[in-house]
Design a protein around this ligand. Structure first.
Ligand SMILES: Nc1nc2c(c(=O)[nH]1)N[C@H]1C(S)=C(S)[C@@H](COP(=O)(O)OP(=O)(O)OC[C@H]3O[C@@H](n4cnc5c(=O)[nH]c(N)nc54)[C@H](O)[C@@H]3O)O[C@H]1N2
Ligand SMILES: Nc1nc2c(c(=O)[nH]1)N[C@H]1C(S)=C(S)[C@@H](COP(=O)(O)OP(=O)(O)OC[C@H]3O[C@@H](n4cnc5c(=O)[nH]c(N)nc54)[C@H](O)[C@@H]3O)O[C@H]1N2
Ligand code: SF4
Ligand SMILES: [Mo]
Length: 711
């Protein structure tokens, strides 16, 4: 065997929007990745990857990977392209931008990105540096969990979740509007261990998810009524003296006012709002008040509603009421992102840049491109690590905006996505195997370094490498627009280490050598908030939070239905609207991976789950084609008639590419671009639709399937 044919093993990190941030091992021979697997020694990854990322090499070496810059030659969206060089692409983009800046100012340029990768360099730095220097419009990145992120931070002072492994100590686990079996898979074996140790698991989700199936109890509230349910649980806890008054006196602000507030939410009222029988509400409250340690775990799905901010305020108050914060096996498990916050100045260099002229909410992209944002209007859009036509709400309005002849759109992508199809210039992007990055997980407490395992395919470039070229072409000379990925990682680590002892001893060199490095906790198994320190203005858990008034909200947790559900009395019977929930698909991450033939085959035909009673009332049988529609738009889905969903609720997972769906549309043709009560949050699930049988057009499904042949 020659030296060149030896296999190297290269350490990496999964870049996807998933709390588990797995440690990966790439086997490379002769410059080609020949095997892809998980680090057996990582305490959370433990040697396995999820079903969706295991076949990652099929993605890296997919025949339809973009490998050359493309310039549009047909009409927008027509799909006719000419290959061009990077030199020409960069020159054209910089030329167009200079002209736009001269005529309208840099505010007319909008970057759009979200979660294709979560890396510090390829996302964090790329969200900030070039655009700050340019003075471009800012993007309010609130499509996912902005309301929960803020509500948890306002309540507890920081987003610090217990270690997955600590659930083994839990005796009660409430998983609320969250489906870790699909969305946090590495939590599940630890949960099973807890169950073997006798823990009682409750799932609260309108849908019988995989997670709900394996729970001891499943409660199915009406969508967006969780705030009322949480207040009702607290009502019972206080009324029956099951609250932890000693803990509340020592650590909580406003608990007596909260007690008064929840007095207005007796079980009977909450039963009428949520549809959950009063006796089950009382029983769950008693269980939560008496079984310790008790863990409450949720993610972002539950708050993608018009009232998502106040819902999470109510949820986050629960562990305080029963004194279950800072306790091993107890607590609130939302996100671990707040243990370490990167130094903002090192990431953004904002102080050296002009002020951001304005901020555009990403959930309003369609509106922004079609007249909501003026003076100056958006004249150029630069999309990277995102696929808004597939994944953002009210998609038909986005497409209308992207069709504008006077809009100059650049999309940096790995594949010809629904969004890239409308670009003027498409730039080819590297995958995680071809780029360097550092990942700071939101589900566990280790930094993960990702080495480039192979050379970029074709002419693909990383997000940051593309931006460095663009910065140079724009004539920007700042050294922080020229650094390579490792120089940036070192700069950000050094600046952040000065502010937090959790990075003591963690250097670029160590990360490169070890791949996985745990935060430097004085005790490695530290329980968050065990020290009773809460980084809120009062230093306590803020059940009453004055800062909520600054957002026009009640300082105490409260419940009101989202506008989409409150307005217009619903009809009843066959004509009644149903609530469409569009959570995670098991085999995709949002729309990422949803073009990978093997994974598309596993998800099957684009479908909508409907309860037998709702189906019968509409003359819909299992397997029938349906039209799912409302005033915003429609799409065609195949009915799956199942009591996994309750009457009044239909479910169709997110992520399906419109271009690979019947009629070229997906569920986001119906979803709302209204903003929630807090943080400009998206409201995908506050979506009422009408479902009706459709004249069968099997060829529409076949055409879509033909674009994604099973492998
Ligand atoms: N396989 C897979 N994993 C993923 C993703 C993916 O697309 N696929 N996406 C990633 C991303 S971007 C995110 S943000 C996370 C999200 O992680 P999760 O929040 O766990 O995922 P979702 O499926 O969005 O929402 C969870 C559940 O919320 C329920 N739900 C919706 N409305 C309500 C409500 O009003 N009340 C209650 N109680 N439940 C409700 C839905 O039925 C759904 O089962 O997952 C990440 N992981
Ligand atoms: N109906 C409905 N829609 C939803 C949701 C819902 O619950 N319901 N959930 C929302 C949520 S939680 C989220 S987070 C958003 C996610 O929305 P987006 O952030 O737009 O995520 P994706 O749709 O997965 O698109 C990411 C794209 O980035 C590309 N990509 C991956 N890595 C790289 C890279 O290194 N460089 C570049 N340039 N590109 C890369 C991928 O190929 C992919 O096309 O979707 C939202 N959409
Ligand atoms: S998507 Fe999540 S579970 Fe799957 S490999 Fe990536 S980090 Fe691990
Ligand atoms: Mo998300």
């Amino acid at each position: 065997m020659t030296a060149a044919a030896e296999t190297r093993i290269v350490r990496g990190a999964c870049p996807h929007d998933c709390p588990d941030t797995c440690a990966t091992l790439v086997h490379v021979r002769d410059g080609r990745a020949v095997a892809f697997g998980a680090d057996p020694d990582h305490p959370i990854t433990r040697g396995w990857l999820c079903a969706k990322v295991r076949p990652y090499l099929q993605r890296v070496y997919a025949p339809d990977r973009l490998t050359m810059p493309l310039r549009r030659v047909g009409a927008k969206g027509e799909g006719r392209w000419a290959e061009i060089s990077w030199e020409d692409a960069v020159a054209e983009i910089a030329g167009r931008w200079r002209a736009i800046i001269a005529e309208h100012g840099a505010a007319a340029i909008l970057p759009y990105s979200y979660s294709g990768t979560l890396g510090l360099v390829q996302l964090g730095i790329c969200n900030a540096r070039l655009w700050n220097r340019m003075g471009a419009s800012g993007l309010e990145r609130s499509i996912c969990g902005a309301a929960a992120e803020l509500a948890v931070k306002l309540t507890l002072g920081a987003r610090m979740a217990p270690d997955y492994r600590d659930v083994a100590h839990s005796k009660l686990v409430i998983i609320w509007g969250h489906n870790p079996a699909s969305t946090a898979p590495h939590f599940v074996p630890f949960l099973r261990e807890a169950q073997r140790n006798g823990a009682y698991v409750v799932s609260i989700d309108p849908r019988r998810t995989t997670t709900a199936r394996s729970a001891d109890e499943h409660l199915q509230p009406r969508p967006a009524t969780d705030g009322a349910l949480a207040l009702g649980l607290m009502h019972v806890l206080f009324a029956e003296g099951l609250h932890d008054e000693t803990w509340l006196r020592a650590h909580a602000l406003g608990w007596e006012e909260l007690r008064e507030r929840v007095a207005a939410f007796p079980p009977e009222r909450v039963a009428a709002i949520t549809g959950i029988p009063a006796e089950r509400i009382v029983a769950l409250a008693r269980r939560y008040g008496t079984t310790k340690p008790a863990l409450l775990k949720f993610a972002d799905g539950v708050q993608r509603h018009g009232n998502g901010g106040q819902t999470v305020r109510a949820l986050a108050s629960l562990p305080a009421v029963v004194g279950q914060i800072g306790v091993r096996g107890g607590g609130l498990a939302y996100s671990a992102s707040g243990y370490v916050s990167w130094s903002g100045e090192a990431v953004t260099h904002r102080a050296e840049c002009p002020p951001t002229p304005r901020i555009v909410n990403m959930n309003r992209l369609g509106a922004a491109l079609t007249g909501e944002v003026i003076d100056p209007p958006i004249k150029s859009l630069y999309v990277f690590a995102a696929n808004p036509v597939t994944s953002a709400p009210n998609a038909s309005l986005i497409v209308e905006g992207l069709r504008r002849d006077d809009l100059f759109t650049v999309v940096h992508e790995q594949f010809m996505t629904d969004t890239a199809r409308y670009a003027d210039i498409v730039l080819p992007a590297t995958t995680q195997l071809e780029q360097v990055d550092l990942l700071k997980p939101y589900g566990h407490r280790h930094l993960q370094y990702n080495h480039a395992a192979i050379a970029p395919l074709g002419e693909a470039k990383s997000n940051w490498d593309a931006m460095r070229l663009l910065a140079a072409a724009m004539g920007y000379v700042e050294p922080w627009l020229r650094q390579d990925a490792d120089e940036i990682i070192a700069e950000v680590l050094d600046a952040t280490r000065r502010r937090t002892p959790l990075l003591d001893g963690i250097t670029l060199e160590r990360l490169q050598a070890e791949g996985t490095v745990a935060y430097a906790f004085p005790e490695p198994d530290a329980v968050p908030f065990a020290d009773g320190v809460f980084r809120t203005p009062s230093g306590k858990v803020e059940l009453r939070c004055e800062r909520m008034t600054g957002f026009g909200l009640d300082p105490l947790p409260d419940y009101a239905p989202p506008a989409e559900f409150a307005e217009a009395a619903p009809e009843s019977g066959a004509g009644a609207p149903l609530v469409l929930l569009t959570g995670a698909a098991h085999h995709f991450v949002s729309s990422s991976l949803a073009n990978q033939p093997g994974l598309v085959a596993k998800e099957g035909t684009p479908f909508v789950e409907i309860n037998p009673a709702d189906a019968a009332a509409r003359g819909i049988a299992d397997g029938d084609e349906t039209i799912v529609e409302n005033r915003r738009g429609w799409c065609r889905l195949r009915a799956v008639v199942t009591d996994d969903v309750p009457p009044g609720v239909v479910v169709s997972p997110k992520g399906r590419w419109a271009s690979r769906s019947p009629d070229g549309r997906n569920v986001n043709w119906t979803t709302s671009d209204a903003l929630a009560d807090l943080a400009g949050q998206s409201t995908f699930h506050s979506n009422r639709v009408y479902v009706r049988p459709a004249a069968p057009m099997p060829e529409a499904f076949e055409r879509a399937a033909a674009l994604a042949p099973a492998d």
